[in-house]
Design a protein around this ligand. Structure first.
Ligand code: SF4
Length: 353
């Protein structure tokens, strides 16, 4: 069995892709059964691939959680509009620029502005914030993550200076997508947004949850194949973790092993992609992020948000790093990265062909 699985992994390493059925079978065999030799073989090849392109460098992005107000109602999300139990907040321009100032001094050269689809974050407001960041920190990249927007809005933000955009597709199976989202959201629109962002010249990040409700190995294989068509520059994945005040409260979380397997496969299929080891991975296991690096991840996104609002941006339960100052987060990550033989670098960390 191990030999057969290792041969499948070898083929993915060599060709960068495989058929849907082969991917699904491999994912199921490694994730659901004790195939530790194949798991370790996948890890070694993923680690070797990441080292070939990035050495021992891990890129950082300073994450600013700008607003927890959202018009949407994704069933898995703790800040969905139906959740009446959270205290809502919205950072203003000065707050965001203060976060950037602190982040720059700590060595961050990418700022990620993330938030719900908040009507008060108008196209012109966000464009103005982006312009100010680029005026103050011309050597930094600005990444936006404010969900699905009109094409004109994406264009305006790009012209204001935004470099990158993160929008996870969450699942590439239309029926599965509909089981995770309210009826007014559509898979087609999500895909339209992603291709629109690429056409506009953004470095685009997409990705999916691992272990989300109703997900099967075939869905995960479809996610990988969708990404081979989209060809994103960044791929963010993390385990699904339920939030107690959502319809998915009480559902099982994705596991560390499943997520590491998917990171490893992503690294083999997208050798040059920027792949974060996410906070959610660190939430389900104390050393989850370190293990992510050993499976080929090469980015971390520590929190630069004001400590006063961090506990209010709870997308899922028990999220870590909500109490520490930004400087503490940075030095903690420095140590974690070093503990597994890597180095945090001061660098924009752009995608390179
Ligand atoms: S996942 Fe994003 S779009 Fe959906 S409810 Fe949460 S913040 Fe809003």
């Amino acid at each position: 069995m191990a030999d057969r699985l290792c041969q499948m992994i070898d083929r993915i390493y060599e060709y960068g892709q495989a058929d849907k059925e082969i991917l699904a079978a491999l994912i199921e065999e490694i994730c659901c059964f004790e195939n530790n030799d194949a798991l370790e073989y996948l890890r070694q090849l993923a680690y070797k691939t990441a080292h070939k392109y990035f050495g021992n460098r891990i890129y950082t992005r300073g994450l600013i959680e700008c607003t927890n107000i959202c018009r949407n109602d994704c069933l898995y999300c703790g800040i969905r509009k139906s959740n009446q139990k959270i205290e809502r907040y919205r950072l203003d321009k000065e707050d965001i620029l203060d976060c950037c100032e602190e982040g720059y001094a700590l060595g961050f050269r990418t700022f990620v502005l993330q938030g719900g689809e908040d009507g008060a974050y108008t196209p012109s407001f966000v464009a103005d914030v982006v312009k100010s960041i680029k005026e103050n920190y011309g050597n930094c990249a600005v990444t936006l993550s404010f969900g699905e927007q009109e094409s004109d809005t994406y264009r305006l933000w790009k012209e204001a200076g935004a470099d990158r955009y993160l929008l996870r597709h969450e699942t590439a199976n239309k029926r599965h997508y509909e089981s995770l989202h309210p009826s007014w959201m559509s898979y087609e629109n999500r895909v339209r947004c992603l291709y629109n962002l690429k056409e506009l010249g953004y470095q685009v990040g997409s990705g999916f949850m691992v272990g989300s409700p109703y997900q099967t190995p075939l869905h995960l294989a479809e996610d990988l194949l969708f990404l081979t068509e989209l060809k994103p520059h960044m791929i963010g994945i993390g385990p699904f973790i339920p939030h107690k005040d959502t319809p998915f409260a009480g559902m099982a979380s994705g596991t560390l092993k499943q997520t590491l397997v998917m990171i490893g496969l992503l690294r083999l299929m997208f050798p040059k992609a920027l792949i974060p080891s996410t906070t959610s991975l660190g939430t389900i296991a104390p050393d989850g992020r370190e293990q992510g690096f050993l499976y080929g991840a090469n980015v971390v996104m520590p929190n630069l948000s004001p400590v006063a609002v961090r506990k209010k941006y709870m997308l899922y339960d028990n999220k870590i790093c909500t109490g520490e100052e930004s400087a503490q987060c940075r030095s903690c990550l420095d140590l974690r990265v070093k503990s597994v033989g890597f180095e945090l670098v001061v660098d924009r960390g752009d995608y390179k062909e």
